[in-house]
Design a protein around this ligand. Structure first.
Ligand code: CO
Length: 142
């Protein structure tokens, strides 16, 4: 996937939280809280990684509600083991390849050895929680 040709303005550079992935048992109940009670606008997102996803815009960051759409999906396994809750945090970085190189050099355990295309059509890569103080971390780029 091609990156947009425009370079980010200085205010857009630097690592920031792109989205927080929250596993839900039912999208409707999740949407009614985050959209209708908290007032976060709903953003259309494609299904990805065996999950139906609803995006909700919280400023420049998204809340992504993840519901398993097949029994063998990673989300289904997560919910069977731990129940609903925060699943991962996604950081948007200036240079995904350079960040992954730094991770590799530092011995960080990578789930994705190289970037792949994620739910928002951007290149992503996951890092293993054993290397990130227990949080499943997803990386993407602006
Ligand atoms: Co994500």
């Amino acid at each position: 996937m091609q990156k947009p040709s425009q370079s980010p303005s200085p205010s857009q550079s630097g690592t920031r939280i792109a989205h927080i992935g929250i596993v839900v048992e039912g999208l409707d109940a999740g949407v009614s809280f985050y959209r209708d009670i908290l007032g976060l606008p709903q953003v259309p997102l494609e299904d990805s990684d065996g999950a139906r996803i609803v995006g909700l815009a919280a400023g420049a960051s998204l809340v992504e509600l993840l519901e398993a759409n097949r029994p063998d999906s990673p989300i289904a396994k997560f919910i069977a083991k731990r129940g609903p809750g925060i699943h991962h945090v996604c950081f948007s970085v200036d240079d995904l390849d350079a960040t992954l190189d730094r991770c590799r050099a530092a011995g960080i355990r990578l789930i994705d050895q190289s970037p792949r295309v994620g739910a928002e059509g951007k290149r992503i890569a996951f890092l293993h929680p054993s290397s990130t103080s227990g949080a499943l971390v997803e990386l993407t780029e602006h």
